[in-house]
Design a protein around this ligand. Structure first.
Ligand code: ADP
Ligand code: MG
Length: 362
């Protein structure tokens, strides 16, 4: 178990976890949850500290551009103007929108970033859930669909063909931020790090220096006091997980989760957790959401058919969840995961202050 030596700094969220190995840890609230970074290196702690600060600045910069909750963000600007005229978009964001469009097509519309009007209609945007009328859903659906978005690569512009359209990057943005941080760390020569956004999007750079094959991430469906179901080991790999354990509301005995089916305009009601593994955190974030929309059976079929690495956890039965690993390996739980955060869905156990903690993070 690691011990924590607080770094003598104004920044109380930054710690040298192990002064001998120069492991540094940062955790900050953002994107509706938290951002977490472990960097392990053989360079002076002061250098690592600068790197951690840069990483955190990059995260804040990206959130300011991508979040629909930041009124001055690029995404809000697009939402406001792209029906009236084509809006010029910065290359990074344009690339992200192209990736979002590709995943939308790949998943038959299960993933769709134009879900914005529905996220608001169901009250998930303001985090005040409500059940809209069928007429309201039908009206909002008129403003949903990537097919009504024109991406012009030559001009690098975005245009909406329907009024009322709104892009919401909630299911892909965390992964994108992680990929950007990983690229920055790689450019800086870092070969060993773990980047985690809210426990639902992760990138494991290299492997921990203790000789293990990869960073261990515990699988634990949320909302229960259940033990971890197993561990996946990640090495130079991204991991995204999705399920509606965290954000949901209950009305009239019915549970409504924040993952919506863009084709019906309604929250999905599968009890499941879907995890996607791959090279890009952007893609695994988006794909895990799409798998959660498909439901356990279709998700399994889809991953087998397309050669996707995934873990599909079916929690619909009365008994223990049914776990299926597709093109990846789930190992038995042995020792604490090396991730430090707690997550409603996937990560478990924190050894930050020398003792195990368990529970849901808010
Ligand atoms: P988390 O944010 O908990 O990691 P997800 O990555 O699945 O979970 O993202 C869920 C968020 O994405 C929702 O809060 C909503 O803003 C948006 N969203 C919901 N359903 C979809 C969907 N089918 N396609 C794209 N975005 C979605
Ligand atoms: Mg997602």
């Amino acid at each position: 178990m690691q011990s924590v030596v607080p770094f003598p700094s104004m920044n109380s969220d930054l710690h040298v976890v192990d002064p001998k190995r120069f492991r540094m840890y940062l955790r900050k609230p953002t994107m509706g949850s938290y951002f977490e970074l472990i960097v392990d290196g053989d360079r002076p702690a002061a250098e690592l500290r600068v790197l951690m600060d840069e990483a955190w600045e990059l995260v804040q910069h990206l959130v300011d551009r991508l979040s629909a909750h930041v009124p001055a963000s690029d995404v809000c600007f697009i939402n406001e103007h792209a029906f009236a005229r084509p809006v010029l978009v910065d290359p990074d964001l344009f690339g992200l929108l192209q990736q979002a469009a590709a995943v939308c097509e790949f998943t038959g519309g299960a993933f769709d970033v134009t879900i914005g009007p529905l996220v608001k209609l169901w009250g998930f945007f303001a985090r005040e859930g409500r059940v809209p009328s069928d007429a309201e859903i039908e009206e909002a659906m008129g403003s949903v669909g990537m097919g009504h978005v024109e991406l012009n690569p030559a001009a690098r512009t975005v245009r909406f063909h329907r009024p009322g359209m709104e892009i919401n990057l909630g299911a892909i943005g965390k992964g994108f931020v992680i990929d950007k941080v990983v690229a920055m760390l790689r450019r800086s020569g870092v070969t060993c790090a773990l980047v985690n956004a809210g426990g639902s999007s992760i990138f494991a750079l290299g492997a921990p220096p203790d000789g293990s094959d990869g960073w261990r991430v515990g699988l634990r469906p949320g909302g229960t006091a259940m033990e971890r179901l197993g561990v996946v080991e990640l090495r130079d790999q991204a991991f995204g997980t999705s399920g509606d354990h965290e954000q949901h509301f209950v009305t009239g005995g019915v549970r409504y989760g924040h993952i919506l089916d863009p084709r019906t305009g309604r929250p999905v009601c599968h009890r499941m957790t879907a995890c996607s593994l791959g090279d890009s955190a952007t893609r695994t974030d988006a794909l895990s959401t799409a798998l959660a929309v498909m439901g356990p059976e279709e998700a399994r079929r889809f991953c087998v058919q397309h050669g996707e690495s995934a873990v599909v956890i079916d929690e619909s039965g009365e008994g223990a969840p049914v776990v299926e690993a597709i093109r990846c390996t789930i190992r038995p739980v042995a020792g604490p995961p090396q991730t430090m955060g707690l997550s409603p869905l996937s990560l478990d156990a924190s050894s930050r202050d020398g003792k195990q903690t368990r529970g849901r993070h808010h």
